[in-house]
Design a protein around this ligand. Structure first.
Ligand SMILES: [Cu+2]
Length: 246
């Protein structure tokens, strides 16, 4: 009898494992087909978009030579519809005491045509930041953080250097001491729930756990906008941000 009970238990466990596996298989494709975007939206600029200004690169002819027409300022980049680029949208509160390991892949910022690409970058705390000099001229990358260690590195043409930022900070201005017009911003997060808007002003924050969050949108010239949202399980919420000229 004892043996038969034991066999019965084994059979139950096997059945349970089998059902679990079937449940996992069913959940996998379902997550893909319904999408795992928890939060998506757009960022708009309201009003007349300030005209970009040409950048004077005559101080370094090797920079100017790389542009067939003058490079334009990148501080407010919006199209005719007001779609606003280079806005960092992120979870500012609501994740509690969850912790997240930094990704093993590096983030990359390039110095090309004596401009930073991208102009606005978001990385994780302690993630490797690869700084690439693709130009035939000397650059100097010099972040000016408020909450991180300041570093300052000269970079010979065609070389790459690596650095990190240890703490969350939105956002760190980056300058080049050689070319005063060069400016970028690096936002540093200790979680993965952030995005930088592209040309169409849109963003997506995937895989947010259900909860109530403070979402912020940061722009280098236009300031910070804030909204509260609550996301349920398997839910996608839309949030739109609007910035006006300051
Ligand atoms: Cu430079």
């Amino acid at each position: 009898m004892k043996i038969r009970n034991g066999l019965f238990l084994v059979a139950l466990v096997v059945t349970a494992l089998f059902l679990n596996q079937r449940a996992a298989n069913a959940a996998g494709p379902m997550n893909v087909s319904t999408g795992t975007i928890s939060l998506k939206g757009t960022v708009k600029f309201l009003g007349t978009v300030p005209a970009p200004k040409p950048i004077n690169m005559s101080a370094d002819p090797s920079c100017a030579k790389q542009h067939s027409s003058p490079a334009m300022s990148q501080d407010v980049m919006a199209d005719a519809k007001g779609d606003l680029q280079n806005v960092v949208v992120f979870v500012s509160e609501g994740l509690g005491d969850r912790t997240f390991d930094p990704p093993s892949q590096p983030a990359v910022i390039e110095q090309k045509g004596c401009l930073y690409a991208p102009h606005v970058l978001a990385v994780r705390a302690s993630q490797q930041l690869e700084v690439v000099n693709s130009d035939p001229t000397l650059h100097n990358i010099h972040p000016l953080p408020a909450n991180n260690r300041e570093w300052n590195k000269a970079e010979a043409p065609g070389t790459t250097t690596q650095e990190t930022f240890a703490r969350e900070e939105i956002a760190i201005p980056i300058k080049c001491n050689v070319h005063p017009w060069m400016r970028s911003y690096v936002a540093v997060f200790n979680h993965p729930y952030f995005a930088v808007t592209g040309k169409d002003g849109s963003f997506e924050l995937p895989n947010l756990p259900p909860g109530t969050y403070t979402i912020k949108a940061w722009h280098e010239k236009l300031g910070t906008a804030t909204q509260q949202i609550t996301i349920g399980a398997n839910e996608t919420k839309h949030v739109d941000f609007v910035f006006k000229s300051m």
